[in-house]
Each structure stands twice: as structure tokens, then as C-alpha cells.
Design a protein around this ligand. Structure first.
Ligand code: ADP
Ligand code: MG
Length: 293
């Protein structure tokens, strides 16, 4: 590609809100065969809402919610925001949480009014040695509905199954369709529950799912998709834990509404967070590179 054609191409992309931080990315994008996409905040809005709280026998919904919200008040995870908002809406007053602890990719714990409260994914409960059998069926159903199932434990006993749902961005279905029309495969990469991820992938027609990926596991997924360099992989993400994968991909695209670290690690920035920028940029790169050969 000539420097001029790349300048013209990246200039045209900028008009549609797609910023190339590295001009060479225009060339690499043309050869992309797979677009891997982070789920939370990239495919979805990243602003989940609490949809269900099913107390275990012997527990009361509002009491469990108040305990869990007290713990989540100390967390910055999107799930925490959803739970805090639900407690606010119900007008619950929260006790102070002490000895707060966050286990990335698993959940959070703290002591609230003298009671040990833990909330997180099924793997967190497994790691703590808690029996979740009583709520496992509910969690499966919630996951199949595309909601993220969580468990709460109080003093070592299962207290509730909880679900949050994060709506898909309005622009996401059209973006996935456009990528398919361009002949690319679309893969989802997420730390979320497998059933939840698969339900959302089904809705969007996404080809491959890597779910329950721990925060430092996204790079390994990108490497696997690259298939020893036989496939060019683009990765789209927004979070702090997406930064290594953005750097490891052949082309990293950050959502402009995401974290600074993601943007700094990316080759391309989608200014508005509209995923349709990805197929637009790929179509443009194909057109630009065609013109100059
Ligand atoms: P993602 O951003 O894709 O959801 P994370 O690695 O941040 O991935 O989290 C993975 C899972 O760990 C979440 O889906 C949730 O089940 C659990 N988790 C993480 N942080 C919290 C929290 N503050 N409260 C409850 N659950 C949490
Ligand atoms: Mg994200």
C-alpha cells in the first residue's frame, strides 16, 4: 500500500468515527478472518440490571439484597452497580461492609453487621466450598435466559440465586450480520457464565464462544484463534482486562467509551462504541487495498 492510499483510507474511516492509531492496521484488517469480541460493554451495554433474586429456604429477599448490596458498594464491577441500584430502588438501608475482598473473575466478599457475606459466580462458591445444589436449577434457567446467574452466601450458607441482565447494544445485531456478509467468523470472549454467553451468542448468530475466561486468560484465547499464525485475528474490547488481548491480536480495536488502558493498547479506536465501525473499517480496508493493487 502506498502511504497516500493509507492516508486516504484512514481519513475516510475517521469521518465515520473509526480512528486508526497505526496506519498499518488498515492493511492487517483486510486479511482478518476472525473477529473476536469481548461481551460486557462491547456486545452489550455494560450496564446490567438486577432481574431476579430467589432466596434460599430460611432467607428473606430484601434482607439478602441489603447484605449483598453492602458488599457490592465496595466493588466497581458492573454487576455491583446493578445490585446497588436495585437496593436503592427498594429503599433499603445498608450497613457498612468491612474486610472487603475482591477476587477478579470470581466475586466479592465482606463482613456486614457481623455476618460473612460472599457473592459471585458458581466457581467462586465452589472455591469457597459452599454447596449450591439448592439453587443450581434456578441458575441454569437464568443462564439459558441470557442472564448472568450469581450466588450469595451468608455465614457459609447458600442464601440466594441472583441474576443480572445486560442488554445487547441496539447496533450489535447489524454489526454481526455485516461481518458475516464480509465472510468473517465472529467469536465471543467473556468471563461470564457459559450458559449466559451461549444464550446471547445464539441470539446474535455468533459462531464461537469462549466463556468463563479468567481475567488473564483472554490472550490464550486469541492465540488459539490465531491457529499458529494461520488465521488473522482482530479483537474488539473495552476493559482493563482486554488490554493484553488487544495487544496480542493481529489488530486490536478498542471501544472509545471504554477504559484508557484498552484504548492505549489498541490499533484502532471506535469512537462511539458502535460495533458497526468494525465491518465498516474492514470493508474500507478491503476497498483501499484493492484500489492500490
Ligand atoms: P466479565 O467482565 O466478562 O463479566 P469478569 O472477569 O469481570 O468478567 O467477571 C467474571 C464473573 O465473576 C462475573 O460474570 C461474575 O459472575 C463474577 N464477578 C466478578 N466480580 C463480581 C462482583 N463484584 N460481584 C458479583 N460477581 C462478580
Ligand atoms: Mg468488557
Amino acid at each position: 500500500a502506498t502511504p497516500t492510499s493509507i492516508m486516504v483510507g484512514t481519513g475516510r474511516a475517521a469521518e465515520t468515527g473509526v480512528l486508526f492509531r497505526r496506519g498499518e492496521a488498515l492493511q492487517s484488517l483486510r486479511d482478518a478472518a476472525v473477529v473476536a469480541v469481548d461481551k460486557t460493554g462491547t456486545l452489550t451495554k455494560g450496564r446490567p440490571e438486577l432481574t431476579d433474586l430467589i432466596p434460599a429456604p430460611g432467607f428473606e429477599a430484601d434482607k439478602v439484597l441489603a447484605l449483598v448490596a453492602a458488599v457490592e458498594a465496595r466493588s466497581e464491577h458492573p454487576v455491583a452497580e446493578a445490585i446497588a441500584e436495585a437496593a436503592r430502588r427498594r429503599g433499603l438501608s445498608l450497613d457498612e461492609a468491612e474486610a472487603f475482598e475482591a477476587v477478579p473473575g470470581y466475586g466479592v466478599a465482606a463482613t456486614v453487621a457481623g455476618r460473612r457475606v460472599e457473592v459471585g459466580a458458581d466457581r467462586y462458591m465452589a472455591r469457597l466450598g459452599h454447596d449450591v445444589a439448592a439453587s443450581a436449577e434456578a441458575a441454569v434457567r437464568l443462564g439459558d435466559e441470557g442472564k448472568t446467574p450469581l450466588y450469595a452466601a451468608v455465614d457459609g450458607r447458600l442464601a440466594a440465586a441472583i441474576a443480572v441482565a445486560d442488554p445487547i447494544k441496539e447496533t450489535t445485531p447489524a454489526a454481526v450480520e455485516a461481518l458475516h456478509r464480509l465472510g468473517l467468523k465472529v467469536a465471543m470472549v467473556t468471563g461470564d457464565n457459559r450458559r449466559t454467553a451461549e444464550a446471547i451468542a445464539r441470539r446474535l448468530g455468533i459462531d464461537e464462544v469462549a466463556a468463563e475466561v479468567l481475567p488473564d486468560g483472554k490472550v490464550a484465547v486469541i492465540e488459539r484463534l490465531k491457529d499458529g499464525g494461520r488465521r488473522k485475528v482482530a479483537f474488539v474490547g473495552d476493559g482493563i482486562n482486554d488490554a493484553p488481548a488487544l495487544a496480542a491480536a493481529d489488530v486490536g480495536l478498542a471501544v472509545g467509551t471504554g477504559t484508557d488502558i484498552a484504548i492505549e493498547s489498541a490499533d484502532v479506536v471506535l469512537m462511539s462504541g458502535d460495533l458497526r465501525g468494525v465491518p465498516n473499517a474492514i470493508a474500507l480496508s478491503q476497498a483501499t487495498m484493492r484500489n492500490i493493487r
